[in-house]
Design a protein around this ligand. Structure first.
Ligand code: SF4
Length: 496
């Protein structure tokens, strides 16, 4: 019998990364582990934690003292290419000592899924040892890498994040650590929420457009950072505020400082965090996700109501919007699709003779619920259309009389360059087919998407105040081919 590993990830855009940082807590690494566990949905292919013991050795390079810890300079690392629970199964957290830690969960997009690409990255630079974790994507990464390699840099990964480390490493010894980080970030373009940890301070920063989230919390006098506030809930931290777009927060034992060192830009936080990526119990960009996602269903029902017997959500992504749709349309919500929660991202596919079970391994249509009924199926997106088509086929075979598909976001017609794993434009069904053509392809009785205006109404923001490029093609920072940010300056003009 030939066995084959098959990726059964659903046909969705995928969040690339989640961050967690702790400054000033005796159980920093353990808290980081828990905070990453809560954010597992933001990245399932790699996890890493770097802990720092600020009391071990000198904070800056210089003559060693007899009491100094040996070679690691107070930094300890544990990483793996799997889920948080797997990578840390049976792990002894005494191996990650210290009151400071940063951690990262990731998907594979830029570069392969090798251990070398799992963050945080650690490097020894002239300013001391440094660790970095990044949520986002740099649109000038290729140019940066090319220039850095030309200048003698040796890359240990294929990640764009490593370029930031190399830029920090090139800072002249005469400038402060703050200045070195600011000068490095002035050279990057794109989306970044970053945690950068030296032994005596931690930097938390969001790019000037604030594409990706990053929040600050407090726990027993310690400062914590997380992509999503659901991480704070798990570790018992209290949300304090967001790191603002373009803000650089520096936390040390002495103080917490805040700078806005970069040219101001129009904030453009990612609207898709509300549509799909973030957990419904998280606050993202200062708003709770659940009521917004529910409102998307309400707006959808107002825009494109249809007479039917029941509303059926596609679990889990369509559930919250379906609740809103059902309440607004006064049509009962029924769980006609049942999800197997124990299916991993990959499974061993059996022999050809019993292979043709498609999405049924993950979702099963319960005929007893809707046989002979007119159903409204609610989901948050159609990416390639392949999974949706199989789902609709499942509903038909199970006896649904009519199938009306409602999508709680506009058609995803364009790829993301700002830290989200999306297929190429030509693979997105909405980039090449009209809504009517998609309806025909999916074999549904009717199909409607939420309008962009309806999406902004649900979020409670003015149209155009967030990044909506995957729906509109309007990229606030430009694309890698067409950078829209400030002209690229000579990389090493002032620092080499
Ligand atoms: S294109 Fe913009 S809105 Fe779409 S996923 Fe990327 S950052 Fe979010």
């Amino acid at each position: 019998m030939s066995l084959e590993l098959v990726n059964i990830g659903s046909d969705k855009f995928r969040e690339e990364c989640g961050l967690l940082g702790v400054w000033g807590h005796p159980e920093a690494a353990n808290l980081t582990y828990l905070g990453l566990y809560a954010q597992q949905h933001r990245g399932q292919e790699g996890v890493g934690i770097v802990s720092i013991d600020p009391t071990a050795g000198d904070a800056h390079p210089g003559p060693k003292r007899a009491s100094d810890a040996p070679s690691n300079g107070g930094f300890a690392v544990h990483k793996g290419t799997s889920l948080v629970a797997d990578v840390f199964k049976g792990f002894d957290f005494k191996k990650l000592p210290g009151s400071v830690a940063i951690g990262h969960v990731r998907y594979t997009t830029a570069g392969g899924n090798s251990l070398a690409n799992v963050q945080p990255f650690v490097a020894q630079v002239s300013l001391g040892k440094v660790a970095i974790a990044h949520n986002g994507n740099l649109i000038n990464a290729d140019q940066l890498r090319h220039s850095l390699i030309k200048d003698g840099a040796i890359f240990g990964s294929s990640s764009d994040t490593e370029a930031i480390l190399h830029l920090i490493a090139r800072a002249p010894k005469s400038i402060s650590v703050e200045e070195a980080v600011i000068r490095a970030l002035e050279k990057v373009q794109g989306a970044y929420s970053l945690l950068i940890a030296f032994r005596d301070r931690i930097f938390a920063v969001r790019d000037p457009a604030g594409l990706r989230p990053l929040a600050i919390g407090k726990l027993d006098g310690a400062t914590v950072f997380a992509s999503e506030t659901c991480a704070f809930d798990l570790i018992g931290a209290e949300y304090e505020r967001d790191v603002e777009p373009g803000e650089l927060v520096i936390v040390s034992d002495k103080e917490v400082k805040s700078y806005f060192p970069f040219p101001r830009a129009q904030p453009s936080p990612c609207v898709f965090e509300y549509v799909y990526f973030a957990r419904p119990d998280s606050n993202i960009f200062k708003k709770n996700v659940y009521p917004i996602r529910k409102q998307m269903g309400i707006e959808l029902a107002r825009e494109s109501g249809v007479d039917a017997d029941m509303v059926v959500p596609v679990p889990d992504s369509g559930v919250t919007a379906a609740i809103g749709y059902s309440q607004e349309a006064r049509i009962p919500l029924e769980l006609g699709l049942i999800r197997n929660h124990y299916v991993g991202r990959t499974f061993i596919e059996p022999q050809q003779s019993i292979r043709d079970f498609g999405v049924k391994i993950k979702l099963n249509a319960n005929a007893a619920v809707f046989s002979g009924k007119r159903i409204i199926v609610v989901d948050d997106s159609i990416v390639r259309g392949t999974t949706s088509r199989k789902l609709i086929d499942m509903f038909r075979r199970a006896g649904a009389k009519e199938v009306h598909l409602r999508i709680s976001a506009p058609p995803t017609s364009d790829p993301c360059y700002y830290g989200i794993d999306t297929p190429r434009k030509e693979e997105l069904i909405a980039s090449k087919k009209t809504v009517e053509e998609i309806r025909e392809y999916l074999n549904v009785d009717s199909l409607a998407y939420l309008s962009l205006e309806g999406l902004y109404r649900a979020v409670g923001s003015e149209p155009g105040t967030m990044c909506d490029a995957c729906f509109s093609g309007n990229y606030p920072l430009g694309t890698p081919e067409k950078p829209g940010g400030p002209a690229q300056e000579e990389l090493f003009g002032e620092s080499s």
